[in-house]
Design a protein around this ligand. Sequence first.
Ligand SMILES: *Cc1c(COP(=O)(O)O)cnc(C)c1O
Length: 485
Amino acid sequence: MAVDPPRPAPDASDPRRGIPPVDVVLRDPAVVDHVALLGRQRALGVAQEVLSRARDGALPPAEVVDEVATRLGELVAAPGTRPVLNATGVVVHTNLGRAPLGEAATAALVAAAGYADIELDLATGRRGRRGGSVVDALLRAVPEAQDALVVNNGAAALLLAMTALAAGREVVVSRGELVEIGDGFRLTDLVESSGARLREVGTTNRTHRGDYERALADRAAGVPAEPGPDRAAGPRPDVAALLKVHPGNYRVTGFTSAVPVAELARVARAADLPLVVDTGSGLLEPDPALPDEPDARTALRDGAGLVVASADKLLGGPQAGLVLGDADLVARLRRHPVARALRVDKLTLAALGATLRDPHPAPVTVARRAEPDHLRTRAESLREVLARQGLAAEVVPHDGRVGGGGAPGVPLAGWALALSEGLAGPLRLGDPAVLARVHDGRCLLDPRCVPPAQDAVLARAVLAAAGRPPAGGDTGTPTGGRPAR
Ligand SMILES: *Cc1c(COP(=O)(O)O)cnc(C)c1O
């Protein structure tokens, strides 16, 4: 790793001669089981960090194996998820659990951990509608919706809509909207797993109103979806719904055309079919900073029958899927047997309700809107703390990202602290773990998604990763740090 100092020429009296090679450490009987549990890559990172301390003279070579065994043992024993400081500048980071919850949502989560009035009306003592107060909060936030339903995630909301409205029938969708939502999951496969058949119209870059109308006219004329030898005798195509998907994680630019919700809603109404709009990111109302991002209120006002979305992207809540819209359509989804399998637990309901009622903006919104000047000041303060301990770094302009399937390509102007690339590994393995952005051979720490109250924790984590833990844990004063290399 780049943090290793250059190794001096071997010298018979140099205690560093006794440092075992990393492969020998990882094969040691005291270590080998941990390596199997954690995976070689993770174990290697820990071993390299310990070896680098031994080479610095901070650890006697004879203690290397024991120290690696202890550190790996701690990782094995640690709870399944560890908190991470997100210094990547990516606000909705899918690999870091997407949206961090706000204070109110976190408190609600803890309060709901015991028994809670999830399906009980405390005023009457009778059984209440599960999560009724969350639905109320959603309807207050989106008055255009007649009813709402909360399920496990955005994919579940779409699956339920397709299952309840279109199983065994056809759904008309533009070819430009058949996206893969991450980790190999494709919307096409998801929709078809509901038993609905996709009737693709238009092309990758351009779809027109006429493309939808022709698909619906074919339906009226009884032309089968896939022309073949049995065309005349083929099954009568049976379109059940129109679907519009917002491709949140990529952008088609150049010669493009899509049919807006309002126009598609007119086509759907003329055919007496529901229009389902998957907005993806979960914005409930328009955000001027993200002009290309659809929102639930506008989509419903423009005539969508149902809007489905994720709650843990731009809405900034817990993982959940939202269904909003026409009362009859929502009721069909709620009554479908599959709804029970996609039901959210009380913790999700508690956190979502608190997120919706919170007068403060969600952490993802705060991070998205962070002032570049403020980010620069925080990066500068961090630079100064590190410099006092002899660790040089540079403050550089750095664009953050919305990430996580929202506003692709929209840069969020800001600043980051640039350190040597070799620090990224030790930072990930530190406590707390810090995820930096590695770019152009540098390790970049962007303060955008780090809560300001955690700046001192971040500074300590960087110093520890660089082998300069300050004495007394006080990063504010230049006392007791080990001398700079
Ligand atoms: C993210 C996304 C989904 C999936 O939502 P999850 O909450 O991840 O299940 C579906 N459709 C679109 C358009 C998305 O952006």
